[in-house]
Design a protein around this ligand. Structure first.
Ligand SMILES: Cc1cc2nc3c(=O)[nH]c(=O)nc-3n(C[C@H](O)[C@H](O)[C@H](O)COP(=O)(O)OP(=O)(O)OC[C@H]3O[C@@H](n4cnc5c(N)ncnc54)[C@H](O)[C@@H]3O)c2cc1C
Length: 351
């Protein structure tokens, strides 16, 4: 064999594999990861990465314990496995473990849905415990070469604004009393949103979310409260991508949220866990980017279909056989939130 052939066969592959092993900036275990946003997604991911030995920092400009509007409703059976990953006992964060679930809608009177895990938790305490009771760096991230994980929810502060985002208005009151027993939902006509009253320990979170701000305001107007907060909520996957250069989106920032109910706590953890598993098993940033996008594509497609179905209903388009299967997926989201829906009643509501 000539010298030239030897070089091609042995020396070049050796140099390439050696180069792959030593290119330090692209190896995910050798960089400082910066998480933007200490909400559910960011705090969960921080806890997982820290305990696995990653070099990770978490940033958020909000004051500690700042209450960002959220009903604090979640499904005990769905959240517990994620809490266990961080050795958190559900009993330490639960506010109301179980209560009656009453649902009413446009075409149906108040009905009791079977309870399937719906509860409320102390979200801020949970987030802190997920960070190992550590605070976060009270600042925004100054972007440089380090990878950033954008967990900034509706802001998408590092991924950048997305065009054509599907959002709703959300307003919530913290009340000492509620006329509703247990968990109460009232769905607005034409899939335009819903009203809720959730027991949170000794308090209640009474709120409404919808596409028409005055309708949302009217629904919560009558209730006396100690506090009122509002923000928009993303109701579908972001059309503008989930990875941009060295910025990876996780949680509501990329629309990883149930578009029917705006349930985002468990989905944020689910998304963060998927991201964590990928960076744990892979080293190369480009590979991580591809694998991550591929691995959550199916979830985002499901959210996207449900989001489109909700928009169609809002635009007065009738449900046909083709989207009955999507409606079933949507009802599964109701189940995931912790209540067993009456399929026929819900279908009638939307027809
Ligand atoms: C009114 C309302 C009620 C809701 N009720 C429920 C409910 O009962 N159950 C449920 O499951 N879901 C509910 N949701 C949705 C749920 O709260 C969110 O989807 C979920 O919290 C998303 O988590 P996240 O970590 O992705 O984002 P978030 O929890 O929104 O956290 C984003 C964090 O990013 C921080 N941030 C912003 N800009 C920057 C920046 N430049 N740098 C660093 N940090 C930054 C913010 O301060 C914030 O702490 C509700 C939403 C609304 C609006």
């Amino acid at each position: 064999m000539s010298n030239g052939n030897l070089t091609l066969r042995y020396v070049v592959p050796f140099i390439i594999s050696h180069y792959k092993r030593i290119k330090p900036l692209n190896l995910c275990k050798e960089v400082v990861w910066k998480i933007g946003g200490a909400g559910v997604a960011g705090s969960y991911l921080y806890g997982r990465m820290k305990s696995a030995g990653f070099d990770v920092e978490i940033y958020d400009p909000k004051v500690e314990d700042f209450y960002i509007p959220c009903g604090f409703g979640t499904n005990r059976f769905k959240i517990e496995p994620f809490l266990r990953n961080l050795s958190i006992d559900f009993n330490e964060i639960v506010e109301t473990p179980k209560a009656k679930v009453i649902v009413s809608g446009n075409n149906f009177a108040e009905t009791e849905f079977k309870w399937n895990g719906l509860c409320t938790v102390d979200k801020m305490k949970m987030e802190k415990m997920m960070r190992g009771n550590m605070s976060y760096i009270r600042s925004i991230i100054k972007p440089d070469k380090d990878p950033i994980i954008d967990c900034t929810g509706i802001s998408r502060a590092y991924l950048g604004k997305s065009s054509g985002d599907v959002t709703m208005y959300g307003i919530e009151k913290v009340c000492e009393r509620s006329p509703f027993e247990g968990f109460y939902f009232n769905f607005f006509k034409g899939g335009r949103g819903y009203f809720w009253s959730f027991p949170v320990g000794k308090r209640y979170h009474i709120g409404a979310g919808g596409i028409d701000l005055s309708e949302v305001r009217n629904h919560i107007e009558p209730y006396e409260c100690t506090r009122i907060v509002s923000r928009k909520i993303r109701m579908g996957p972001s059309a503008d991508g989930i990875v941009k250069g060295n910025v990876f989106g996780v949680g509501e920032s990329i629309g990883y949220i149930s578009p029917l109910l705006g349930e985002g706590i468990v989905p944020a953890m689910e998304n963060a866990e998927k991201f964590f598993q990928i960076i744990k098993k892979n080293d190369d940033m480009e590979e991580i980017s591809l694998i991550y996008q591929r691995s959550i594509a199916r979830d985002l497609e499901r959210f996207s279909k449900i989001s489109k179905l909700v928009q169609n209903i809002q635009n007065g388009k009738a449900i046909n056989f083709e989207n009955i299967s999507v409606l079933r997926k949507a009802l599964n989201e109701v189940n995931n939130f912790g209540m067993k829906p009456d399929f026929l009643k819900i279908i009638r509501h939307f027809l």
